[in-house]
Design a protein around this ligand. Structure first.
Ligand code: HEM
Length: 403
């Protein structure tokens, strides 16, 4: 087999606003030059569907983690850096297995289904406030949604929602490798740590225990010796951070797609089962998360040799647009038979722990939103967040018939 060399790999301008606004033309061109790999300023972008499936599962050669991000900002030694290095999403092998298994039972499909009623209540309360307005920035509205559901999941009051929203908003900015993000995510971190510490201390002091509560499941894992005090707080914050930008951006992406498909939107108001298909096709059509891996050693995959230390952006949003797997990939078609084969939640050991919760909150959210925000239309320009990190609309101004 002829080996590809670095110079034969095309460049994808993933850091640019033009790419974030519409990656499709760049991707098509890159695909013509190499079927699954591209370069960018910091390393490589894996965009082929099969390569993503294989490399997500390759724990021998590829390491998860945010080492390059920590070094980029020069913040080694801070508590934030410790968080980014030690959390479940950043570690592998036995440490990852221990952390993940300590909470995995709280994230099963059955548990996620038990939360549907809470989700409906929280989303209805939000809509009571927002549906009469007639117009707003849907991206802002969507940002309140996962924090509110998270507070519901943890069984804590809604009081911290505004400051948590702002702090979470700044956390994933760190992944954009923009020096201006540093003071924002470092300040946000103090708010998050304070929230986790207070939440755990108050629950423990209350002496209450509910076996179905996510927070109590984490506290029980500490009592069982599976998590220490810091790991418990880190786990709580991981769930909050990992579930925030992702859920809100996916909801905004879905709304953006449906603004062009009023027929589908109207059906979502009537049929929760149909919302399941729509959410899955939205995850397929415009996935929003592109996790990062670092090569732990030199290794060759499908004719290309990566060198130890190379950074790989694993890009589900691009792999889900592979025409050989998803014919006519730019078409948003909830009836697409293989829509569930998307890689929006990753694959392998680190596959999204919150995927069932995420699906349920998106389905319930969409169903209620379509009932309450009638006849929505764009009411200004859609701006996009950077593709790296958590992609999605930064602003999505809409107008609708108020209810
Ligand atoms: C549409 C919404 C979501 C998307 C697209 C998404 C996507 C992902 C992806 C791609 C990964 C794999 C990361 C990697 O391989 O490095 C991941 C991991 C993870 N996600 Fe999600 N996520 C979503 C919602 C959520 C929610 C709601 C939660 C929590 C309630 C959550 C918690 C996690 C956790 C804890 C991990 C780390 C799992 C591990 O490392 O073992 N996610 N997510």
């Amino acid at each position: 087999m002829e080996l590809a060399t670095e110079t034969s790999i095309p460049v994808l301008p993933v850091e640019t606003p033009e790419f974030a606004a519409n990656p499709e033309p760049y991707l098509e061109e890159a695909r013509r030059q190499h079927p699954w790999l591209a370069r960018f300023s910091q390393g490589y972008v894996v965009h082929g569907y099969q390569a993503l499936c294989d490399l997500f599962a390759d724990d021998d050669n590829l390491l998860p983690g945010f080492g390059p991000v920590i070094d980029f900002y020069g913040v080694r030694g801070t508590m934030w850096a410790r968080f980014m290095e030690e959390i479940v999403i950043a570690v592998s092998g036995p440490t990852h297995a221990r952390l993940r298994s300590s909470v995995v039972n709280a994230f099963t499909p059955r548990r996620a289904n038990q939360e549907r009623e809470m989700m409906q209540r929280v989303i209805s309360e939000l809509l009571d406030e927002w549906a009469p307005k007639g117009e707003f920035d849907f991206a802002y509205f969507a940002s309140l949604f996962p924090v509110s559901v998270m507070c519901g999941l943890l069984g804590v009051s809604a009081e911290p929602i505004p400051r948590m929203r702002d702090a979470l908003e700044n956390q994933l900015k760190s992944l954009t490798m923009d020096p201006a993000a540093k003071p924002l995510f470092m300040a946000g971190w103090d708010v998050l740590w304070d929230f986790a510490d207070t939440t755990v201390n108050e629950r423990e002091a209350s002496g209450e225990f509910d076996e179905d509560s996510l927070l109590d499941a984490m506290i029980a894992a500490k009592h069982a010796g599976d998590l220490d005090e810091t790991e418990l707080r880190f786990m709580l914050l991981t769930v909050a951070v990992a579930g925030y930008d992702t859920s809100k951006n996916q909801l905004s992406v879905t709304m953006n797609l449906l603004l062009d498909r009023p027929d589908i939107y109207r059906r979502c108001a009537e049929d929760l089962q149909y919302c399941r298909k729509v959410v899955e096709e939205s995850l397929r059509h415009t996935a929003i998360a592109s996790p990062v891996r670092t090569a732990g050693r030199d290794f060759t995959y499908d004719g290309f040799t990566f060198r130890k230390g190379d950074m790989l952006v694993m890009a589900p949003p691009l792999g889900n647009r592979e025409p050989l797997v998803f014919p006519d990939p730019g078409e948003f078609d909830p009836e697409r038979e293989n829509r569930d084969r998307h890689v929006a939640f990753g694959r392998g050991q680190h596959i999204c722990l919150g995927q069932f919760l995420a699906r349920n909150q998106l389905q319930e959210g969409l169903h209620l939103i379509a009932q309450r925000l009638k006849n929505p239309r764009r009411n200004g320009d859609v701006e996009w967040r950077p593709f790296l990190g958590a992609w999605g609309p930064r602003t999505l101004p809409i107008a609708f018939d108020p209810t």
